[in-house]
Design a protein around this ligand. Structure first.
Ligand code: NAP
Ligand code: F7E
Length: 347
């Protein structure tokens, strides 16, 4: 039986990955940080929680990581723990650097010392490409593994450090260390402050009369959105290879936040018409005539990543990875799930 250690097991991806590995017959160890109230996040209410061996520890603590490796004796380690909210990384840049960047080296060092033959997965991100539109060449068809990096947030910069250290441990010590450069992926388990879940949850609440309106920031940012369940499968496939390497995982489609909002409200049974511009722009429900979307500049970022689009050709060719859940299907699933949650909470 293979043994896997997952950091960030309570998060969106961690919980789906734990379920996938359990279904593949793995013994799964999950690192959980101790809070004042015991909280297993996305694992709460899942069958997986009872099957995972929980190890308490914080990834910024080297002793905790040595302990986690000693206890789990992993064949595979998936480092998913991070302060993953880009907007928050501007408010706490140092904590984000420590958790999202430097802490990866705690794990790599713990493995180098205690279990150098373990395979390591680093959760890299499209935020490392970041960039400005005028840097993208004419005919741009998506970032690939060798595209230049230009992070635009403390989060992106921290992830880039962890990404390069992963490559360095592979090259310096011959460790099986891979990075998956994953573009945005969402799900019914997505945190509520990320724009997709914020919108699907608000659409459900507005539909059921719980709130009147949602406030958003930049409606014109473009993202390459896929579903987390498809993306954790790619992580698993990367560690199944003979040779460690880095892979872009993306849908190869890009959509604006505005489109995401239109489709989410539609899935909840409302049609949006836009009026005005800039911070005065509003989204109106065409049936009721009520304003359901407003702009609040509080949600603008000091620097924005205007457009993300990834080209997953290498992963499709070498890993045999293909996404199964379309953009529209993902939105429908998320809205349906939020309608169910909101209506049961309001009963
Ligand atoms: P998420 O839902 O925010 O989960 C983050 C996890 O990290 C949570 O389990 C959290 O635990 C844990 N964590 C945070 N700080 C920690 C610390 N100091 N010690 C131990 N655990 C800590 O993120 P996700 O969407 O599943 O993403 C998984 C990983 O992929 C992250 O590294 C993220 O940066 C990266 N990524 C995500 C995307 C995406 O679109 N989702 C794209 C590219 C890369 P608590 O429950 O205690 O908060
Ligand atoms: O923002 C815009 C915002 O916070 C998406 C993380 O998983 O993916 C995620 O990072 C876009 C941005 O995700 C609101 O300005 C407009 O352009 O959902 P988000 P993100 O920043 O793309 C990457 C790949 C990761 O690695 C990260 O860990 O939406 N936007 N209005 C808004 N964003 C938020 N959060 N809230 C708004 O009201």
């Amino acid at each position: 039986m293979k043994r896997a250690l997952i950091t960030g097991v309570t998060g969106q991806d961690g919980s789906y990955l734990a379920e996938l590995l359990l279904s593949e017959g793995y013994e799964v160890y999950g690192l959980v940080r101790r809070k004042s109230k015991l909280d297993f996040g996305n694992l709460e209410g899942t069958e997986a929680l009872g099957k995972i061996h929980i190890i308490f520890g914080d990834i910024t603590d080297m002793a905790a990581m040595l302990n986690a490796v000693k206890i789990s004796q992993p064949d595979e380690v998936y480092n998913l723990a991070a302060q993953s909210f880009v907007a928050q990384s501007f408010r706490e840049p140092v904590a984000s650097a420590n958790i999202t960047g430097v802490a990866a080296v705690n794990i790599l060092e713990a493995l180098r010392t205690l279990k150098p033959d373990a395979k390591y997965y680093q959760a890299s991100t499209s935020e490392m490409f970041g960039g400005c539109i005028d840097e993208q060449p004419v005919g741009f068809d998506g970032y690939i593994e060798d595209s230049p990096f230009h992070p635009r947030s403390p989060y992106g910069a921290a992830k880039l450090y962890a990404h390069w250290m992963t490559k360095n441990y592979r090259e310096s010590y011959g460790m099986f260390a891979c990075s998956g450069i994953l573009f945005n992926h969402e799900s019914e388990r997505r945190g509520h402050e990320f724009v997709t879940r914020k919108i699907t949850s608000a659409a459900a609440k507005i539909k059921l009369g719980i709130i009147d309106c949602v406030e958003l920031g930049n409606l014109d940012a473009k993202r390459d959105w896929g579903h987390s369940k498809d993306y954790v499968r790619a992580m698993y496939l990367m560690l199944k290879q003979q040779k460690p390497d880095d892979y872009v995982i993306a849908s190869h489609e890009t959509h604006t936040v505005r489109e995401f909002a239109e489709l989410s409200f539609k899935a909840a049974g409302m049609n949006i018409a836009w009026q005005g511009s800039g911070t005065d722009e509003i989204g109106i429900d065409t049936d009721s005539g009520k304003t359901v979307i407003r702009i609040n500049p509080e949600f603008y970022r000091p620097a924005e990543v205007d457009l993300l689009l990834g080209d997953p050709s290498k992963a499709e060719k070498i890993l045999g990875w293909k996404r199964e859940i379309s953009f529209n299907q993902m939105i429908n699933n998320m809205v349906e799930n939020d309608l169910r949650i909101v209506s049961s909470e309001s009963r």
